[in-house]
Ligand binder design. Structure first.
Ligand code: ACO
Length: 322
């Protein structure tokens, strides 16, 4: 049986940092409020001219290096993003060009904060069915471009960044199972209410911003992530205690803590990076994964549960042997 296995991880955060104290000067908020409600201390912001593809390229190069794979060996490129550089071509095609990859399939996946979980699921299916052998899967965002810096209910939450993995065909597991869901009925609780074919004027004026009913999103996220933990364990006939590490979407420390509680998981077994960079949407799961792999917490053979919840609503999980 062919599995897909993560052989390398990488990440990148832009140099410019915006702290909670910086935000205190921009909107009516406080470091204490932000930390207590979200766990976030700072976020990284792409400077003018620094794009999602720039961040994706840096993360991808780190992942290729750590896998010991050259770009020419990659036969599938998937980028999860909500903030593509151009309307078209896809950021995956732009990234392919930067890396000098010619020929294999490249495309973007748009599932907002669940984007990386969706993208790695698609790559896993390509590899299991023999359609690809070495996939580059990236989550990259410049959410700062769709953030209303005058809206304190959203601007304190988000940041820019990228994370990447190289996924290779392997006889050893590997990804054990993936679980994807969506319910489009909730689109207006978390959205940018404009785009190319709807209210394009807002986009042209640079006023196409994220809008969110935070309280409602919070409740849905906690409920839904609790359910997907159960679904994943049942599908694999596993107990909560079989999971070595929870690598959650980094949106809010309170959502992460609630999911960890559902798993009876001590916080020492949960990878938390939200304090360092806020919610980087599709980038957050691979970013957190890379941090814990590089600092030696996550080791080969560990069982990991990756999960995310985001706009759509979309949600999903991946259970894997690292
Ligand atoms: N600073 C100070 N006060 C604030 C701020 C702020 N930045 N933002 C809101 N407040 C005020 C509100 O106006 C409100 O004041 P009021 O009581 O006088 O009306 C009070 O704080 C409480 O507001 P709530 O919205 O009830 O606060 P809550 O405890 O729900 O925290 C938060 C808000 C942090 C947004 C929380 O709801 C949350 O994390 N929701 C989930 C958000 C999320 O994760 N979204 C991303 C999903 S992933 C994706 O796809 C992008």
């Amino acid at each position: 049986m062919t599995y897909s296995r993560i052989t390398g991880t990488g990440s990148f955060l832009p140099e410019k940092i915006l702290t909670n104290h910086d935000l205190e000067k921009m909107v009516e908020t406080s470091d204490q409020w932000i930390k207590e409600r979200t766990g976030i201390s700072k976020r990284h912001i792409a400077v003018e001219g620094e794009t999602t593809c720039d961040l994706a390229e840096a993360a991808a190069r780190h992942a290729l290096e750590s896998a010991g794979v050259t770009a020419s060996e990659i036969d599938l490129v998937i980028v999860a993003t909500t903030t593509a550089d151009k309307i078209f071509p896809s950021t995956a095609c732009l990234l392919q060009k930067r890396l000098g990859i010619h020929g294999p399939a490249a495309f973007d996946v748009q599932a907002v904060c669940s984007g990386f979980i969706y993208a790695i699921t698609v790559a896993d299916k390509f590899i299991r069915t023999g359609s690809a052998k070495k996939a580059l899967v990236v989550g990259a965002e410049t959410l700062s471009r769709i953030t209303n810096w005058e809206d304190r209910t959203t601007c304190v939450l988000f940041g820019d960044g990228a994370g990447a993995v190289v996924l290779e065909a392997s006889e050893e597991p590997g990804i054990l199972s993936t679980h994807l869901h969506a319910d489009g009925n909730y689109d207006e609780l978390l959205h940018v209410p404009a785009g190319i074919s709807l209210d394009f004027e807002l986009v042209k004026q640079g006023r196409a911003y994220m809008e969110m009913q935070g309280n409602e999103v919070f409740k849905m996220a906690v409920r839904t992530l609790g359910r997907i933990v159960d679904e994943t364990l049942v599908a694999n006939n596993m107990q909560k205690s079989d999971i070595d590490w929870l690598v959650p979407h980094q949106a809010n420390i309170r959502i992460i803590t609630a999911t960890a509680k559902k798993l009876n998981m001590p916080m020492e077994r949960v990878v938390v990076t939200v304090n360092e960079h806020g919610n980087t949407s599709a980038a957050s799961v691979p970013l957190a994964l890379d941090v814990a792999v590089r600092d030696g917490r996550i080791k080969r053979g560990d069982t990991l549960l990756l999960e995310a919840f985001g706009g759509g609503f979309t949600w999903g999980s991946v259970l894997l042997k690292f």
